[in-house]
Design a protein around this ligand. Structure first.
Ligand code: G4P
Length: 197
């Protein structure tokens, strides 16, 4: 079991509806030492790639991606969620659907900050159905950038996102993959990822 899986077992709370609450250390209150370790772990997994930028999506992805960007010593760009249909200026735009929140958002990145010379590491906190990630992939492709890898902190392995993204051929690394969880017994089962698990 790795450091993140241990922390999820210690402080994560399983809610009805297959929701894992990690807001005491990851996406509301944030344990900065843990985020630093996550940044270092993604660096170790992707350091052989020539990463020029880290790309994430607001809000929770930003803090994690900051630490990743610091280890790679590259800028971090985050996609902004926007409700407005009239986007001014030169923006890459993708539409993403949130099943959790049952809504659609446009996400935007200024064309100033991504281009076809970029080699991207995409980072996010959760991977569930993969809609947010598909939006980031679409924006990266529109920019002509190369996606070198995708780093996810917690993948919900029983939802389709991880399978879809791996089937598309992307190098996806998830620090913890939840295979199943049970709110009535407060149990979380992780996928065995061999040496990385
Ligand atoms: P998807 O992007 O993978 O398709 O996921 P989905 O639409 O199902 O999830 C929408 C939001 O809910 C995302 O955050 C995602 O990170 C979060 N989420 C999904 N499953 C869980 C879970 O089990 N626990 C927690 N804590 N979050 C989950 P978001 O709306 O983009 O939020 P934020 O980054 O702005 O905070």
């Amino acid at each position: 079991m790795n450091f993140l899986e241990e922390r999820i077992l210690k402080d994560g709370i399983v809610k009805e509806g297959n929701v894992l609450k990690v807001d005491s250390f990851l996406n509301h209150q944030m344990d900065i030492e843990l985020l630093d370790r996550i940044g270092e772990e993604f660096y170790n997994r992707f350091k052989d790639k020539n990463i020029t930028k880290v790309l994430t999506i607001e809000a929770s992805g930003i803090a994690i991606a900051c630490f990743v960007a610091k280890y790679f010593n590259v800028p971090l760009v985050f996609a902004k969620k926007s409700k407005s249909v009239n986007i001014d200026g030169d923006m890459y735009v993708a539409e993403i659907e949130s099943f959790t929140h049952n809504c659609k958002n446009q996400v935007i990145v200024s064309q100033k900050f991504l281009n076809n010379d970029d080699h991207l590491l995409i980072i996010d906190d959760f991977l569930a159905n993969g809609c947010a990630l598909q939006g980031l992939i679409s924006i990266s492709e529109n920019a002509g950038a190369t996606i070198e890898g995708i780093g996810i902190v917690i993948e919900k392995g029983f939802q389709i996102g991880g399978k879809v993204i791996r089937n598309l051929g992307y190098h996806l690394e998830s620090l913890a993959i939840v295979e199943s969880m049970d709110a009535s017994t407060s149990t979380v089962i992780f996928r065995d990822q061999g040496g990385n698990g």
